[in-house]
Design a protein around this ligand. Structure first.
Ligand SMILES: Nc1ncnc2c1ncn2[C@@H]1O[C@H](COP(=O)(O)OP(=O)(O)O)[C@@H](O)[C@H]1O
Ligand SMILES: [Mg+2]
Length: 264
């Protein structure tokens, strides 16, 4: 379904500030895989999602989405197959437009139908049905301006919009990190529901190890631009936060050791 092979991503390549954010990353996702992605700050989690979405051009490697080699595709072309939700609830929706206008824009994504703000009557029923999944009553407020919604409501709406046309892959980059704990829990539960109902192939970045364990069928840990742990199924179910911390400290220790080796 998703294939990433030998993906290497630099920033400021060749300059004094050169950063190798990802090095030779291989990752294959089967249809319906729900991967939680963890790793310390700067590990390369966002770069991996951005790279797949086409925000950056890969320095090395190849990528496939649903059998299509998208390596040379620009971001807007890949967008037809990708749903994304970011950390900031303000990013995914347009405040000055109504709920239904926002949804209509997402619905047209990748269909080449232009970006008019008109909402077709026949689409309205579908939008209502999709909003009902959230259980927030937004289906009765189709004409309300999105600027009036709370952060949590907006993030819930963004989730629905990102999955309105079922994407081949759903990319969630710490999409609950900016919300208060209760709202974050609700959005996470909704995420689990939507992914399960639509059986979406999903990559979810989270800072929270307990969440990474509780959600998905597979867990991947990135460290300094490389995958250091990739577990699924029963093995994932048996993992504990302590196991993850131990893995993390081992990786850090190895980094220290190699740093020392370089200095000696
Ligand atoms: N647009 C960018 N320009 C320059 N450096 C970047 C850019 N995006 C990420 N980086 C760098 O790449 C590395 C990986 O970053 P990122 O993927 O954002 O990490 P994570 O999401 O795991 O915290 C970091 O060193 C970060 O500073
Ligand atoms: Mg990040």
């Amino acid at each position: 379904m998703i294939r990433i092979e030998g993906y290497t991503q630099y920033f400021h390549r060749g300059g004094v500030n050169e950063i190798r954010a990802l090095e030779q990353v291989d990752l294959h996702l089967a249809k319906g895989d729900f991967v939680t992605l963890i790793g310390s700050n700067g590990a390369g989690k966002s770069t991996l999602l951005n790279g797949l979405a086409g925000v950056h051009r890969a320095d090395e490697g190849q990528m496939w989405i649903g059998g299509r080699n998208v390596t040379d595709w620009p971001e807007h072309r890949r967008a037809a197959y990708i749903g994304r939700v970011f950390q900031d609830p303000l990013v995914g929706t347009c405040a000055s437009l109504s709920i239904e206008q926002n949804m209509a824009l997402s619905f047209k994504r990748g269909q080449g139908r232009g970006l008019s703000l008109g909402v077709k009557q026949q689409d309205r029923g579908f939008f209502r049905e999709q909003l009902q999944i959230l259980g927030l009553g937004l289906e009765d407020r189709l004409k309300a301006s999105v600027g009036l919604l709370s952060g949590g409501q907006r993030q819930a709406l963004t989730m629905v919009m990102a999955t309105l046309i079922e994407p081949e892959v759903l990319l969630l980059d710490e999409h609950t990190a900016a919300l208060d704990p209760k709202t974050a829990r609700q959005i996470l539960e909704l995420t689990g529901q939507i992914v399960a109902i639509k059986q979406l192939t999903t990559m979810m970045v989270t800072h929270n190890m307990a969440q990474a364990l509780a959600y998905g069928n597979r867990l991947v840990m990135l460290h300094q631009g490389g995958i250091i742990l990739d577990v699924s199924g029963e093995e994932k179910k048996n993992l504990t936060v302590e196991d993850l911390l131990a893995q993390f400290y081992t990786a850090q220790g190895e980094a220290f050791a190699s740093d020392r080796a370089l200095l000696c």
